[in-house]
Design a protein. Structure first.
Length: 198
């Protein structure tokens, strides 16, 4: 994402966020003025804007920016797209992979645009279930394909670093539309994302 280079941070957001994070550091019992922490509030303010930059993105614009007329009508699968999101309950990361497929109906999109749509919705405060559906809906609406499939596997830091403290649980969510609602097509997709082809 080329977006949010240093000079793209909005000072109207960065400045008050910096003030708030200084208070957070102090409330946590630290000396916000000690050398190592002096620039931390501003760094965190920028990091949080980076991690939530999906709010400034539009999935339809992303997909339509490279939409091509093409008669290919088999499944297109982009798998193992890494994703970094923040759970909306604790604002802690959840990290994983998305596997996405669609069956074109006259139009294809640039492959990178599929990954960008993942970022568009992942870089927000999220729950994994909604993230899964938002990706599906965006592709369905922009390309009107014969079907879309989205599977996301993720590990939630709020279940690992705190709370229930389970280090190995992985959450899988899925959403299917159109032809992927039929068992045969869905099974082909699931088989192909499980396969080690490259
Ligand atoms: N369904 C869903 N739940 C999530 C997701 N991310 C975090 N959670 C859960 O959100 C729930 C919030 O539950 P609460 O009981 O309100 O919060 P809590 O007291 O911090 O809960 P614990 O994590 O169990 O300590 C927890 O069960 C989290 O595991 C997500 O993407 N989807
Ligand atoms: Zn959480």
């Amino acid at each position: 994402m080329a977006y949010k280079k240093e000079d793209h941070y909005d000072e109207h957001i960065t400045n008050p966020l910096t003030t708030h994070y200084k208070s957070v550091i102090e409330l946590l019992g630290e000396d916000a003025d000690r050398e190592g922490l002096q620039k931390t509030p501003e760094r965190v303010a920028k990091a949080m804007q980076y991690l939530t930059q999906g709010y400034q993105m539009n999935a339809a614009d992303i997909l339509n920016s490279a939409k091509f007329k093409e008669p290919y009508s088999e499944m297109v699968i982009v798998k193992d797209i890494e994703l970094y999101s923040l759970c909306e309950h604790h604002m802690l990361p959840f990290i994983g992979k998305a596997h996405i497929a669609y069956i074109p109906n006259g139009y294809i999109t640039g492959l990178s645009k599929i990954a960008r749509v993942v970022d568009c919705f992942a870089r927000r405060l999220q729950v994994q279930e909604r993230l899964t559906h938002q990706i599906l809906d965006a592709i369905q609406e922009a390309l009107a394909p014969l079907g879309v499939a989205v599977v996301i596997e993720a590990k939630h830091m709020c279940m690992m670093m705190r709370g229930v403290q389970k280090q190995n649980s992985v959450t899988t969510t899925s959403a299917f539309s159109g032809q992927f609602e039929h068992n045969e097509t869905r099974s082909e997709f699931l088989r192909l994302i499980a396969a080690d082809l490259v």
